[in-house]
Design a binder for this molecule. Structure first.
Ligand SMILES: *[C@@H]1O[C@H](CO)[C@@H](O)[C@H](O)[C@H]1NC(C)=O
Ligand SMILES: *[C@@H]1O[C@H](CO)[C@@H](O)[C@H](O)[C@H]1NC(C)=O
Ligand SMILES: *[C@@H]1O[C@H](CO)[C@@H](O)[C@H](O)[C@H]1NC(C)=O
Ligand SMILES: *[C@@H]1O[C@H](CO)[C@@H](O)[C@H](O)[C@H]1NC(C)=O
Ligand SMILES: *[C@@H]1O[C@H](CO)[C@@H](O)[C@H](O)[C@H]1NC(C)=O
Ligand SMILES: *[C@@H]1O[C@H](CO)[C@@H](O)[C@H](O)[C@H]1NC(C)=O
Length: 312
């Protein structure tokens, strides 16, 4: 009896320890919430060319049931694991306080100063890995095996799809000292929340409740309708890269920090109350960033895998 009691207590404390460790690891919250990532990928899916779908399907694991959106949160699910700890800084970019500008050489580092370990560097990395897809498909086992050991293209696809979403969340390209709004405590209506979380999750939740019958799919359809109706040319513009690159994360990041300064940080000082006025004026920004993220993810994947991609 006594032995069991002692063991039970040890097990209990071990569990508490595990919970505390997981809770404080990797030390920084945030990523569009699950809804933001689902929305980005759901918006991208209908814009994929048939050849792109074929490649995406071949990379997705069986259990995804052919749905890219179902695995777009995967990089958040695994970033606390030891093996993937290095990926935690790939979800965001810290820029100098109050500068409202982004510069790859200056800003794209992890906390140990390793260059390229930020959201824009990661988009370049995983995009470049995925350009090997056709090589692998069309070459004999020797090449295939050599590439196989180097990259896991399934993971590259999931990271790319996730991080293109994150980089469009304005506070994922934020100020350094407040960790993209994570340390700015505000009141979201009557509840306490940090500013980063307001943008990851709260604005989308409120919009779903108020306008979209609590359904993300309904919200996604409304955004999609906006893209196809009012914005064929707008979507075309969003999808293009200035120098014909496959992906242009520096462009997305520059827009992001600019929107963070104009909309996210503005009037959101510590202790302030954010309610209807803030919500109503920021929701269009959130919706258009989800739209841009979806359109651009589709464009990147079409450039990588679509009908005209075999010459990459
Ligand atoms: C795929 O479908 C199976 C059976 O319907 C379901 O249990 C599973 O959760 C689905 N996978 C995902 C990633 O949604
Ligand atoms: C690129 O991704 C690979 C894993 O796929 C990783 O080993 C490498 O460190 C990454 N580099 C950067 C700059 O993200
Ligand atoms: C690639 O990564 C996925 C997800 O982590 C994993 O399930 C799969 O086994 C990996 N493939 C190889 C060949 O290692
Ligand atoms: C809202 O969703 C419920 C089920 O979740 C459904 O019964 C109802 O018809 C929906 N209303 C509208 C206006 O779509
Ligand atoms: C649709 O576009 C209009 C005009 O740009 C914008 O005000 C509105 O917020 C958008 N709605 C959705 C659901 O994206
Ligand atoms: C592929 O390129 C050709 C020639 O530039 C163009 O006419 C065609 O529309 C492109 N196809 C797709 C699916 O982008």
């Amino acid at each position: 009896m006594a032995a069991w009691g002692g063991l039970g207590r040890v097990v209990l404390w071990l569990l508490v320890g595990v919970v505390l460790c997981v809770g404080s690891f990797p030390g920084r919250a945030g990523a569009w919430g699950a809804d933001g990532h689902h929305a980005t990928c759901l918006l991208a899916e209908p814009l994929l060319e048939p050849a792109t779908w074929k490649a995406v399907r071949s990379l997705l694991p069986e259990y995804a049931n052919g749905s890219l959106a179902s695995l777009c949160t995967w990089p958040d699910d695994i970033k606390w694991m030891w093996k993937y700890h290095w990926t935690a800084p790939l979800h965001y970019i810290d820029t100098p306080d109050f500068l409202c500008r982004y510069n790859y050489d200056r800003d794209c580092y992890d906390e140990n100063g390793h260059k390229g370990y930020c959201a824009s560097g990661a988009i370049n990395n995983f995009t470049s890995q995925l350009t090997n897809y056709h090589l692998r498909e069309s070459n004999p086992p020797l090449v295939t095996r050599a590439l196989e050991t180097e990259y896991n293209l399934t993971e590259a696809l999931l990271f790319l799809s996730h991080i293109v979403g994150d980089i469009h969340q304005p506070l994922h390209v934020g100020f350094t000292s407040d960790a993209g709004g994570n340390t700015i405590m505000v009141h979201w209506y009557r509840r306490k929340a940090n500013l980063h979380h307001v943008w990851d999750t709260e604005i989308i939740d409120k919009a779903k409740d108020l306008y979209y019958n609590k359904s993300l799919l309904t919200m996604v359809n409304a955004i999609m309708e906006n893209i196809t109706n009012d914005g064929v040319s707008k979507a075309q513009m969003w999808s293009e890269c200035p120098n014909g690159e496959i992906a242009c994360p520096d462009t997305y990041a520059t827009e992001g920090i600019s929107l963070a300064c104009q909309y996210a940080y503005r009037n959101a000082t510590p202790g302030s109350t954010l309610a209807d006025e803030y919500f109503l004026s920021r929701l269009p920004i959130v919706e258009s960033r989800l739209a841009q993220g979806g359109v651009r993810l589709a464009a990147i994947l079409n450039r990588l895998f679509g009908a005209n991609s075999t010459s990459l």
